[in-house]
Write a protein that binds this ligand. Structure first.
Ligand code: ADP
Length: 450
């Protein structure tokens, strides 16, 4: 096992990792930018190192500074959390060159899944169904027009290096192709430094369902069921739940087994999520994330498995102690991503929290790093924390969620709590009857008033 883990992240996920380290008896090193001196993960860690000024590129993405922090503190492993360097294969290699463990998959798998075209090809080869689309990157507009004709409109153009819901455009007719391609190319180049694009059939009303996996890197792998992340805004998840209201046990077992088999075949190491669009009873692979995800607590609540702790164990010992038939699903969990933003305009609302009262009680979990008097800096994402609620049934879970949302007080900044309060009362949500465009349609109707 590791002696000391450096947590190369901030906010709630830094605290989440720190908690797992504490339970395992591993010493922790927090790193922080000058904007995060007062952050809770810095206060609670055994040691902390300032790694640079506020912009992420100068601090949380600053590899030389992180290496120096490992060196100074003697950390023998780095947990990257999510975002920042968590899917940077080169970072994992550089750490290895300096005899520091990267808590994540092998660089080859990060690289494979980081290229979404290569990932789709690999998925198809491994027997995982994919969204129909171009076999590779697209060249000229003329070629794109031909491919789109073959696939059938509407199509979606996506960036091979994409992430975070950026670089995607829906194209409904051939006439819209040139301008959409030019816009997507520019966005991909600016956002990811790579303007390779590919085309996919645009699915009109699918659900986003993803499968959580764990692998030991030696050919053992299991799945921990699914999360339904269909409630999205601008392709970004807002509300996640498990199990999916759309799946039954045989469907879950079938897709879970397909994914676990694929992970065994590639000898995947660590935690990962294989993402699908689920349409008309069929699964279509879109991508794989080779890291812990924001919504991992949903799975933890319905399996009682601590994913971050397992992730650390797997990185240290390459030993998967869990067996597939030992994974038991119980009850239902819902996660709400609480952001400091205006609930109607979605404008970020950084600033000082003057009153903070998180909800509690049976089945209620809040993963957050904020506190009374904490000033949310304007430099990073607006996630304040996650409210995760568990119940024996989906109905009980919703009941508890409404109660917990009523109790939650965050004053001093605007938050999207009003959005969740409204969602938890909506008939379609209560019925579990929604798809990936449902939330934008709901917002478009002006259902939430300023
Ligand atoms: P990113 O890596 O940027 O998150 P993904 O490929 O995971 O991108 O897609 C994010 C979201 O975009 C999906 O959850 C879904 O809502 C939407 N999306 C992606 N591909 C398609 C598609 N072919 N048809 C319809 N929606 C899609």
């Amino acid at each position: 096992m590791f002696d000391k883990i450096l947590i190369a992240n901030r906010g709630e996920i830094a605290l989440r990792v720190l908690r797992a380290c504490k339970e395992l008896g591993i010493a922790t090193v927090a790193v922080h930018s000058t904007a995060d001196e007062d952050a809770m993960h810095v206060r609670l860690a055994d040691e902390s190192v300032c790694i640079g000024p506020p912009p992420a590129k100068d601090s949380y993405l600053n590899i030389p500074a992180l290496l120096a922090a490992c060196e100074i503190t003697g950390a023998d492993a780095v947990h990257p959390g999510y975002g920042f360097l968590s899917e940077n294969a080169r970072f994992a290699e550089i750490l290895a060159e300096h005899n520091v463990h990267f808590i994540g998959p092998r660089p080859e798998h990060i690289r494979l899944m980081g290229d979404k075209i290569a990932a789709k090809r690999a998925a198809a080869r491994l027997g995982i169904p994919t969204v129909p689309g171009s076999a590779g990157g697209i060249g000229s507009d003329e070629e794109a027009r031909r491919l789109a004709g073959d696939i059938g409109f509407p199509v979606m153009v996506k960036a091979a290096a994409g992430g975070g819901g950026r670089g995607m455009k829906v194209i409904r007719t051939a006439a819209d192709l040139p301008s959409a391609l030019a816009a997507a190319r520019a966005e991909a180049k600016a956002g990811f430094g790579d303007d390779t694009l590919y085309l996919e059939k645009y699915l009109e009303r699918p659900r986003h369902i993803e499968i959580q996996v764990l692998g030991d890197g030696k050919g053992r792998a299991i799945h921990l069921g699914e999360r339904d992340c269909s409630l999205q805004r601008r392709h970004q998840k807002v509300w996640e739940e498990g199990p999916s209201p759309a799946l039954n046990a045989p469907a879950r077992d079938a897709i879970g087994d397909t994914v676990a088999r694929a992970m065994r075949e590639i000898k995947y190491l660590g935690v990962g999520t294989v993402e699908f669009l689920y349409d008309d009873g069929a699964f279509h692979f879109i991508e794989m994330n080779t890291r812990i995800q924001v919504e991992h607590p949903v799975t933890e609540m319905i399996t009682d498995i601590d994913l971050v702790l397992e992730q650390i164990r797997l990185a240290a010992d390459n030993d998967l102690q869990l067996a597939q038939d030992g994974v038991k699903f119980h009850g239902h969990a819902i996660e709400c991503r609480i952001n400091a933003e205006n609930a109607v305009s979605f404008r970020p609302s950084p600033g000082k929290i003057i009153h903070y009262h998180p909800p509690g009680g049976l089945g209620v979990r809040v993963d957050s790093a904020v506190y009374h008097g904490y000033a949310i800096p304007p430099f990073y994402d607006s996630l304040v924390g996650k409210l995760i609620v568990h119940g024996k049934t989906r109905g009980e879970c919703l009941m508890r969620l409404r109660r917990a949302l009523d109790e939650f007080v965050i004053d001093g900044v605007e938050t999207n709590l009003p959005l969740f309060r409204a969602l938890a009362q909506e008939k379609d949500i209560i019925d579990g009857d929604y798809h990936i465009h449902w939330l934008e349609e709901f917002l478009g109707r002006g259902a939430l008033q300023p």
